[in-house]
Design a protein around this ligand. Structure first.
Ligand code: GDP
Length: 300
């Protein structure tokens, strides 16, 4: 049995490879929830839904968000009636989010709701929200002061200097610690180290549980750049180098193995001074073969 820690883009790509070669019912995924929010009556747990749709082969791989081939009838009508929405929600995806809000209102926990929804989609893997509590995430920028995370991403296109990333302190959901404890291996996919993974490893008891396990991480960096998104800006704000070496530093108290890209081979020895084992391979996941090859590396 394995546990994967995930955000909503890099790790789901790796999950596509892992699920091809590892029994799905033995996969647990602990998913970031700090970016969750209510919008237009729905509860948006974007990373959870992306992981759920990835297992169900429904994910829109162009955006790593929403359901492929979805329609946008409700969104278009809302805009016609004068309601603007920050996030672009398709109709079928919106139903997932509306159902979450309805069930939360009825008193179910997010963990219970995710279990119900993933069962309906025929997903055999276990998907665990890192927390059942509500949280907030804001970005302190030089240009605009403190702004909402989604405004940073969508309104400002990440085009600002990040001074600080702030998110709420929440408690782990009931299955988080026991799932890590009973896993043979814990895999950190190449997700954003600051906004996707750090919130999970900061949960009470998680770091201690990880220290007892074999932990392998895939770096989301090549050289000084992230494959996509604002991970570099966030690493800087926390005083870490924007590179695989920075990732090794961030995870050093528990990490056994770091997987870095072929293009970073020259840094292997330097990183091995921080992390006991460094594996150099192709970490750019474009095709399903890339994903399966990387999955083999992390599983073996
Ligand atoms: P978010 O929740 O949408 O921010 O997504 P994640 O945190 O799961 O993933 C974002 C990270 O995935 C970024 O830092 C990217 O550098 C990384 N990423 C995206 N595609 C790839 C890829 O093909 N290979 C690797 N190694 N990293 C990737």
């Amino acid at each position: 049995m394995i546990t994967i820690l995930s955000g909503g883009t890099g790790t789901p790509k790796l999950i596509q490879g892992i699920k091809e070669i590892y029994p799905e019912e033995e996969i647990n995924v602990i998913v970031n929830t700090v970016e969750n929010l209510y919008m237009s009556g729905g509860y948006i747990a974007a990373d959870i839904d992306t992981v759920m749709y990835t297992f169900a082969d429904l994910i829109d791989e162009e955006f790593w968000y929403g359901i492929k081939g979805d329609t946008f009838i409700v969104r278009e009508r809302l805009i016609e009636m004068g309601t603007e929405e920050l996030l672009k929600l398709g109709d079928r995806d919106r139903a997932t989010k509306l159902q979450k809000a309805i069930l939360l209102d009825e008193g179910y926990s997010l963990s219970e709701i995710v279990e119900m929804q993933k069962d309906k989609l025929g997903v055999k893997a276990t998907i665990i929200p890192m927390s059942d509590e509500e949280s907030e995430i804001t970005i302190v920028t030089k240009e605009y002061g403190e702004i909402e995370f989604h405004d940073f991403l969508i309104k400002y296109h990440c085009d600002c200097e990040v001074l600080e990333v702030k998110y709420s302190n929440v408690s782990p959901s009931p299955k988080v610690i026991e799932t890590i404890e009973k896993s043979d291996k814990v895999i950190f996919g190449p997700s954003n180290p600051i906004t996707s993974i750090r919130p999970i490893i900061s949960l009470e008891g998680v770091e201690e549980a990880l220290k007892e396990k074999e932990v392998i991480a895939v770096s989301p960096f090549i050289g000084k750049s992230a494959f996509s998104g604002p991970a570099g800006q966030f690493m800087n704000a926390f005083g870490y180098e924007t590179s695989s070496k920075g990732v090794a530093e961030l995870y050093k108290s528990f990490l056994n193995t770091l997987v870095i890209d072929n293009k970073d081979a020259e840094f292997k020895e330097e990183i091995e001074e921080i992390t006991p084992k460094v594996i150099v391979t192709n970490t750019f996941m474009k095709t399903i073969e890339d994903k399966i090859n990387l999955a083999k590396v992390v599983l073996e």
